[in-house]
Ligand binder design. Structure first.
Ligand SMILES: O=C(O)CCC(=O)C(=O)O
Length: 291
């Protein structure tokens, strides 16, 4: 991964998103793909406490959308896996994956950002539901809107496989004008003057979004899966106000506060190898040159 903190900040400020290629090294990418496949290949064989975090594509059908009416075509395809870090250590360890932390630190301009949750959006070939335009902020419930979405692409994102589509610049609105209804926006209600851009990028890329950015994703019409691991991160002094809490929420993987550093070590172990994860998942921190 190239360290380009100035480019990262400029893209994020102007467009509301940025793409960082090669954020995931090969070994990490391989380990994450294998971990996701172990979940989605046969969700019904998971123990009940893990199966509860898996949602099938058929649970998302919209009867008003023609291609959603044939539910049988969706089979047992998995759409969403919440709470990834409780499934396997490889996902918990991703909370302190140094290349991603370099980007987050540059964007937050601080070491005191913290983890909210990790989920996986899985688009099985030929079995993905309707496109839903939305912003992420309305369902995050925090004391400030200083949050961002970090999407780690386990597969190439292409036009064919349902790459995320964004409206660059749509994040530039006052936070208080973001409506609860922005979790599902009708096509006719989108700002007419903004370009629609399909975010295509190679597997291993990180796509980082401002939580006010309008975005959505189409169906996967290719013959291979499209898997994204998606993290939400909160900036300094930004706290949850809703009732929900997630596994390992509130870990501060770059904090300079010894109490927070101790919390991280107690939660995840001293290093990736302590957690039995082998090499490659935790590396010496690259110089990000950030403030
Ligand atoms: O996987 C994607 O394309 C984006 C998913 C998404 O928009 C979300 O989870 O908020």
């Amino acid at each position: 991964m190239r360290s380009e903190p100035e480019r990262w900040r400029a893209d994020y400020a102007r467009d509301g998103y940025l793409v960082v290629e090669d954020c995931l090294d090969k070994e990490t990418l391989t380990a994450l793909r294998a971990g996701v496949d172990r979940i989605v290949d046969d969700p019904d064989s998971l123990p009940a406490h893990l199966r509860a975090h898996v949602q099938l594509e058929r649970e998302y059908v919209r009867p008003d959308v023609a291609e959603d009416r044939d539910v049988t075509r969706l089979g047992r395809a998995v759409r969403l896996v919440m709470e990834l870090p409780v499934f396997e250590p490889v996902f918990a360890e991703l909370i302190r994956y140094e290349p991603l932390l370099d980007v987050l630190q540059a964007l937050f301009g601080s070491t005191e950002f913290h983890f909210h949750n990790y989920k996986c959006v899985n688009k099985a070939p030929g079995a993905s539901g309707a496109f839903v335009w939305h912003r992420d902020l309305p369902y995050l419930y925090h004391s400030t809107p200083n949050l961002l979405t970090a999407m780690l692409c386990l597969d190439d994102m292409t036009e064919d496989n349902g790459a995320t589509v964004v409206l660059p610049g749509s994040h530039l609105l006052a936070d208080e004008t973001v409506a609860v209804g922005d979790q599902d926006i009708r096509e006719d209600d989108l700002p007419p003057d903004l370009e629609r851009r399909t975010v295509t990028c190679p597997a291993g890329s990180a796509v980082i979004f401002h939580v006010n950015l309008l975005h959505g994703g189409g169906a996967n019409t290719s013959t291979t899966p499209r898997r994204n691991v998606i993290g939400i991160w909160a900036g300094p002094d930004t706290y949850p106000t809703g009732a929900a809490r997630y596994a390992y929420q509130g870990l501060y993987p770059r904090s300079v506060d010894p109490a927070r550093q101790r919390q991280l070590r107690m939660a995840l172990g001293d290093s990736a190898s302590d957690a039995g994860l082998g090499v490659g998942l935790s590396r010496p921190r690259a110089a990000a040159g950030t403030g």
